[in-house]
Ligand binder design. Structure first.
Ligand code: 3PG
Length: 209
């Protein structure tokens, strides 16, 4: 049976999105996220060392780690080999979804319109990433898109800050909220792991009933 995204998240309602340029810092980042109470994280395929980061983070043990920004079959394959437990894409792509199904990896395609949402649902993806959530209109757009598709669950991502969290999470169509605000490029560049832990703990606190 295919594992679905809700069982991967196991009740966790925040998904830190990580773009790590220096794989050697992965342990520090994983420690900070885990100490802040995060249980899942998404490592984006936007840096040359992404696979190494994914592997190290998956081996860390404290986090369920997936791959993000997966836009090709090959990346999906490499993500699975590096230990990704789920795959996130900024858009909907038949080949990426098919490869993830073959690998039995839960896949969360990005959607921005009703047409894309219909394609994702037809392909059996009931959890989708609304991307880029805030520039698209945020919660108002999410609610309008969700209305005709009660079977869809959303992980809004893109431009989301801690201050938006409570209102997104109060919506029954929202499974979890994704974003980089807990570990931004600046935090990572400056090695601000205490701040990453603090922001993660704050988000976990806000997302826990
Ligand atoms: C993503 O890859 O999902 C987004 O780029 C993360 O969006 P954010 O950096 O605006 O949170």
């Amino acid at each position: 049976m295919t594992v679905e995204m809700d069982s991967v998240l196991q009740g966790s309602r925040i998904l830190p999105v990580l773009t790590v340029t220096d794989p050697a810092t992965t342990h520090l980042l994983a420690d900070a996220l885990a100490a802040g109470g995060a249980r899942c994280a998404e490592v984006t395929f936007r840096t040359p060392g992404a696979e190494q980061v994914l592997e190290t983070m998956a081996a860390h043990g404290g986090l369920t780690v997936g791959a993000g920004t997966v836009v090709t079959r090959d990346q999906a394959e490499r993500a699975g080999a590096a230990g990704a437990r789920f795959v996130v894409s900024p858009g909907y792509d038949d080949e990426v979804v098919a490869k993830c199904r073959e690998l039995r990896l839960p896949v969360v395609p990005g959607i921005a319109t009703a047409t894309e949402l219909m394609r994702a649902l037809r392909a059996g993806c009931s959890t989708v990433k609304l991307f880029p959530a805030e520039p698209l209109g945020g919660l108002r757009t999410l609610r309008a898109l969700a209305a005709p598709f009660p079977q869809a669950r959303f992980i809004p991502t893109g431009g989301i800050q801690d201050s938006h969290l409570a209102s997104y999470l109060a919506d029954p169509a929202v499974l979890a909220v994704g974003g980089s605000w807990m570990a931004t490029a600046t935090h990572l560049e400056r090695g601000e792991y205490d701040e990453i832990r603090r922001l993660t703990a704050e988000a976990v606190d806000r997302s826990t009933p």
